[in-house]
Design a protein around this ligand. Structure first.
Ligand SMILES: NC(=O)c1ccc[n+]([C@@H]2O[C@H](COP(=O)([O-])OP(=O)(O)OC[C@H]3O[C@@H](n4cnc5c(N)ncnc54)[C@H](O)[C@@H]3O)[C@@H](O)[C@H]2O)c1
Length: 394
């Protein structure tokens, strides 16, 4: 096994590759296009373009908070498959959204350890840091559902999304962990207008409109303050709406998919004109891998899918893929504080780390819907744990 980097570009490609490199650096071709033309993977290209090798043989311990949720479990699997000598500590409270079935395939491997713990519980957290002395910490743990924060109360959101982050920062500080990545959302930036041509950059102010986003912003600001005050080695990322396998079906895409498969209505807030940027979860994991290993400490990176679509278009696409009638769509009262539009500027991560999304929404969604149809045991398990989801969807 090996390090990936400059030497992995085929020698016989010579000049042609130099031309592709120039075109890529001038934004004339995408990473995906260079990959298709050169038959070199996007991971290897990124190592080449950002001039930092990937050490795939290193022995490291990575502490993943919230690794039993949707994005966290995809990330755990991504790291498990890519870094063969990493020991992964998955620290998760197993709230209603945490699901051991999400990581069942690797649960018994000696490179994987699961600890049921709360990031708001400093004593268990410190014990875990003391035992495992992680080289990396990455935090996915959070209360994540906007609708619940609006309709069910904010206490758990503040506990996990603010205080939990503070406890993690303190543990990273006390145990001198070299690198910590904290995952946040585009929702902290608030909303754009529907016909706005602006994009949110890493410098955009925080203007959250719902308690979920406000609590996330609180955690993000703590990261900034711990870096400024104590030089805690933290990086914050802001991602857009993820879609992919293992997503809890209170979130729009899996919820609508399962509703449509059962010929049940697809509820949509307002007129469905809200615009979201859809990011395939595997593109997100690849970005986080780069940020974790090569990002600059103290910095913030936006991670967007460059796939802005209205909620209505997303729901219609699901119906089209599944061959179901549009009449299943039902419009419901809009949710308070429902942001009109999110769109992220991803120039920074593109220029610094050679990352950009490679999955197009229309081409990738059919595969994602297949996954929900091909995994009835997973779906059944989720439904056995919670009988209904539609009260808070959105
Ligand atoms: N899903 C998205 O579209 C999206 C977009 C941008 C950012 N994010 C952020 O990414 C992260 C992961 O999102 P997700 O969609 O995978 O969420 P999720 O709700 O599917 O999973 C959250 C996980 O965190 C765990 N958890 C919650 N509180 C905890 C606590 N106090 N201690 C330990 N574990 C706890 C849960 O048990 C669950 O396994 C969150 O921080 C979220 O804000 C999500």
């Amino acid at each position: 096994m090996k390090k990936l980097g400059r030497k992995d570009i085929p020698r016989d490609f010579g000049e042609r590759f130099e031309i592709l490199e120039k075109l890529y650096k001038h934004g004339k071709v995408t990473l995906k296009e260079v990959s298709a033309l050169s038959e070199v993977s996007v991971e290897t290209l990124a190592a080449y373009f950002n001039e930092k090798e990937d050490d795939l043989t290193a022995t490291r311990t990575i502490f993943v908070a919230g690794g039993a949720g949707f994005i966290g479990s995809n990330f755990v699997r991504y790291i498990f498959n890519r870094y063969k000598n990493y020991h992964i500590i998955n620290y998760d409270k197993l709230t209603y959204a945490g699901n051991p079935d999400n990581i069942r395939d690797i649960a018994r491997d000696s490179r994987y350890t699961f600890i049921q713990g709360d990031i708001s519980d400093a004593s268990v957290l410190n014990e875990t840091f003391e035992t495992y002395q992680p080289d990396f910490v990455i935090n996915f743990a959070a209360e994540t559902h906007v609708g619940r924060s609006v309709f069910l109360g904010v206490k758990e959101f503040v506990n996990s999304n603010v205080m939990g982050v503070v406890h993690l920062l303190e543990a990273v500080r006390n145990y001198k962990t070299p690198r910590f990545v904290h995952i946040s959302t585009d929702e902290t930036y608030g909303t754009l207008e529907i016909d706005d041509s602006r994009l949110f950059t890493e410098e955009s102010p925080f203007l959250p409109n719902v308690p979920y986003a406000a609590a996330k912003a609180g955690g993000d600001l703590m990261c900034r303050a711990f870096y400024q005050s104590f030089k805690v080695p933290v990086i914050v990322t802001h991602a857009s709406n993820n879609y992919g396998a293992y997503q809890y079906p209170e979130k729009a895409i899996p919820f609508w998919t399962l509703q449509a498969l059962n010929d049940e209505p697809l509820p949509i807030h307002g007129k469905g004109q809200h615009v979201r940027d859809w990011l395939y979860v595997e593109d997100h994991c690849r970005a986080l891998d780069l940020v974790l290993h090569k990002g600059t400490l103290g910095q913030v990176y936006n991670i967007g899918g460059q796939s802005e679509r209205t909620i209505l278009d997303a729901a219609r696409l699901i119906l089209k893929i599944l061959g179901k009638p549009r009449s299943l769509i039902t419009f419901i009262e809009d949710r308070p504080g429902n942001d009109v539009k999110y769109a992220l500027d991803i120039k920074k991560i593109k220029n610094e780390l050679a990352w950009e999304p490679t999955h197009e929404f229309e081409k990738t969604l059919p595969r994602v819907l297949d996954w929900y149809q091909e995994n009835p045991r997973w779906v059944k398990g989720v439904f056995n744990r919670a009988k209904q989801f539609n009260a808070y969807v959105g």
